[in-house]
Design a protein around this ligand. Structure first.
Ligand SMILES: O=C(O)CCC(=O)C(=O)O
Ligand SMILES: [Fe+2]
Length: 374
């Protein structure tokens, strides 16, 4: 990988070109027999004619209504490009010193920006998380980044643009078709250039002590829904992600090389009147043969433009036929900005109340009940 450094980051290095990041070697997939969710695989390379998109839209709608999760393959990034991104993600945690990390931590509890150190979320009782993350708004150059990352900002920017235009927009078109809306109905609410917090996030889960495992019953990240519209999870081999199926059982998500795992979040549920429910998932301790390995994740968390009112598309013929599940009165619909700030500020920080359903805890954000699943 040899890239010319654009002018805005030349002050960070004297070199004219950058070399590859230290290569991250992905661990071997688990061999443990696990109960996996049977998720549809959507071939995005087929989405180039109206007929093919209509067919894919049916597949995506079906997947969203059954599991709320699906895989995407042929998304346009080669295995080498994907590995470069994981390599950059890894150096974000392993090469940057603790003191430099402290300089790039979020200054506000309403926003994920920069580093989130370990032990900031309550998992169960007094046990806190062992997850580090580094969140980057897609407008990468609006903020400063640690020295070790700077040579690779052009690669990360290409990654954000690729996710946005070549993966997220095509998926949003299929979701709009599923509601019999104009193809651009959701795309228009997800501009790359607009104000908003669609972000690239790197995450590293560190193995925990047996005492922490015992106290949390192996839960690393409590059952939750994501608060944006969709999440693009770049599949990686260390198991742990589980989804709550319609029959009430948690099932594992299998790794597929260079595939994406896509799920719906709250904002999509709001906009689509419950037709695509935001999906419940969690992270648990990896299977026995992967227990000592840190778990590295790469994500593109997608949210509508900040000024979008999270109210349903009343004009959708599908919603008119099937009915709209409202999370709040249309006149009280939160904007995306209010929703993401409210959810971020309370996540892992407020005391949850016991909910009506078994194993469910609740909190209220912007007048709407948010559920957490154990
Ligand atoms: O690490 C994973 O596989 C999922 C993480 C997740 O659900 C989240 O960060 O919202
Ligand atoms: Fe999530």
């Amino acid at each position: 990988m040899t890239r010319v450094i654009p002018p805005q980051i030349q002050m960070t290095t004297k070199d004219e070109t950058v070399s590859s990041p230290p290569q991250y070697r992905a661990p071997a997939p688990t061999k443990e027999p696990l109960e996996y969710a049977d998720l549809a695989i959507i071939d995005l390379s087929k989405a180039n004619t109206p007929e093919a998109r209509a067919k894919l839209a049916t597949e995506v709608t079906q997947a969203m209504k059954t599991h709320g999760f699906f895989y995407v393959i042929n998304h346009g990034y080669t295995a080498d490009q994907t590995n470069d991104i994981f390599s950059i993600a890894n150096l974000t945690f392993d090469v940057v010193s603790q003191s430099e990390k402290a300089l790039y931590m979020s200054k506000s509890n309403e926003i994920y920006e920069g580093y989130k150190p370990r032990r900031t979320w309550l998992i169960d009782g007094e046990v806190q998380d062992q997850v580090e993350h580094y969140n980057m708004n897609r407008h990468l150059y609006d903020r400063a980044h640690p020295q070790a990352l700077r040579p690779f900002l052009p690669v990360i920017e290409d990654f954000a643009l690729h996710n946005h235009h070549n993966i997220v927009h095509p998926i949003l078109r299929l979701l709009a078709l599923g509601l019999e809306l104009p193809e651009e109905a959701l795309v228009e609410k997800h501009n790359f250039a607009s104000q908003g917090h669609t972000s690239v996030r790197f995450m590293k889960y560190h193995p925990r002590s047996s005492e922490e495992e015992l106290k949390t019953r192996n839960v690393w990240l409590k059952g939750h829904t994501d608060f944006g519209s969709i999440t693009i999870l770049w599949s990686q081999p260390v198991g742990g992600l589980q989804i709550l199926s319609l029959d009430g059982k948690w099932r594992w998500v299998r790794h597929i090389d260079n595939a994406l795992v896509v799920n719906a979040g709250d904002a999509l549920e709001f906009l689509c009147g419950g037709y695509y429910p935001s999906t419940r998932h969690r992270v648990v301790q990896p299977p026995a043969d992967q227990r000592d390995i840190p778990r590295l994740g790469v994500f593109y968390f997608v949210m509508p433009n900040d000024d979008t009112a999270l109210a349903p598309f009343e004009e959708s013929p599908v919603l008119q036929r099937e009915g709209i599940a409202r999370l709040c009165n249309p006149e009280n619909a939160p904007t995306m900005e209010a929703w993401r700030k409210g959810r971020t500020a309370s996540y892992g920080k407020v005391e949850l109340k016991k909910g009506a359903e078994k194993g469910v805890e609740e909190e209220i954000v912007n007048g709407v009940v948010v559920k957490h699943y154990n």
